[in-house]
Design a protein around this ligand. Sequence first.
Ligand SMILES: *Cc1c(COP(=O)(O)O)cnc(C)c1O
Length: 475
Amino acid sequence: MMTQAINTTAALYRSLPAMDNLLLNSTVLKLRQEYGEAWVKQQLSMLLNQARAHIAEREVLPKFCATHDTLIKTLSEQLLAAQRHSLQAVWNLTGTILHTNLGRSQLAESAISAVTKVMRYPTPLEFELEAGKRGHRDQAIGKILQQLTGSQSCCLVNNNAAAVLLMLSSVAAGKEVIVSRGELVEIGGAFRIPDIMRQAGCTLIEVGSTNRTHLKDYQEAITDNTAAIMKVHTSNYHIHGFTSAVDEKALAQLCQQHKLPLLSDLGSGALTDLTEFGLGDEPTPQKMIQDGVNLISFSGDKLLGGPQAGLIVGDSELIEKLQQHPLKRALRCDKMTLAALEATLLLYRNPKALNDELPMLRKMSRPVAELEQLGQLLMVELPEFFAPHFNLAIVPTQTQVGSGSQPDTLLESLALTFTPTSKSLYPVHQLEQKFKQSPRPIIGRVSNNQYWLDLRGSEQEVRLINALREVGQKL
Ligand SMILES: *Cc1c(COP(=O)(O)O)cnc(C)c1O
């Protein structure tokens, strides 16, 4: 018995094709040309090792080794799958429009073509065409940004966290910065105002209490060692009830009296009145400039709808200090970001058309009636493909803005829900996996043992319906 088993196993090992032969197979030769010698060899040797491990464990050949053809087919599928980009397109039907984990804002078409152009051709990134001399890379965008915000000058970095770090390092390193206790924000990840202060080499002077801070609290905290007062927009939470904060105008006056700069971390930083698009009120940099704030920082990929970037606008003298700081060089934007940002900012010359141009605003301002129509269509097209495992329904829901923007704004929406029937062989989390394994992954959420797809995030709807149907067909 024993000897026979060993013999069979040995025969199985022997039945595996030799690497050298496989490499000369005509299909494999083509694969070697397409994917590279070393990579194909490595993948092939991995498959053969898997086969040997399978034989050792179960004393049978794995299915993919049934014939040479099945082995080569597996190799070729594996090579193709490994070429799939991890940064691929997905459908964001999570119910959060500006989803940080899904890349925040989608860009306007004009921004996308601007990026492609600067990737493909040389571009005067640091060159003044008219004067024919060396220029500054933030200058191109300076003009439009200054027009939109009424600021004297600007400085651009990779994100708003970098912007805050640069502001504090340039203006207040080694000195004290006064901030209200109600504004010691944590944005998520490791971004907390007290931590950034430490990184920038500043001493944080907290004033007031969590819910109430008064002008005299700031006043009494000013010493010879004070370098600045900073306001932080509590963009991702609101304190309701017995509250009081000092507005920028009053703080600007206090700062002027003491010859101190007033800094503001605005967070989301909308450049136009977003209530026109069904969103809440959001403080704008232009209002801050009018109120006398000296430096204002905000994100490019939150409510602005552009690329990831940190925009700082304000007084020329202070901006010059930021531009000269060694950190600026480490944090500066690349040409793709700058091109996308310029194209996005140019759209703001005509704010009324923004919801046609910016996917984020288009989705957020879409009338519920349109979502109802889509819902009806889905209920005609889909249920048969998910029967008998899931019952489908269209139910009211609310969409969040996301990225810590406007926590109090909830947009009316509809969701397509999948509820397991009593006959269902599929737990909801397995359905979720199937949606994620779709060629263009579909991302929804699980809640109350149901799977939810929020329709406010939908786009390219004919394709979406086909993709949803395919998931159903594969159950
Ligand atoms: C989002 C946010 C930041 C961080 O901005 P990023 O662009 O994500 O780096 C900083 N401060 C506030 C108040 C924010 O809302």
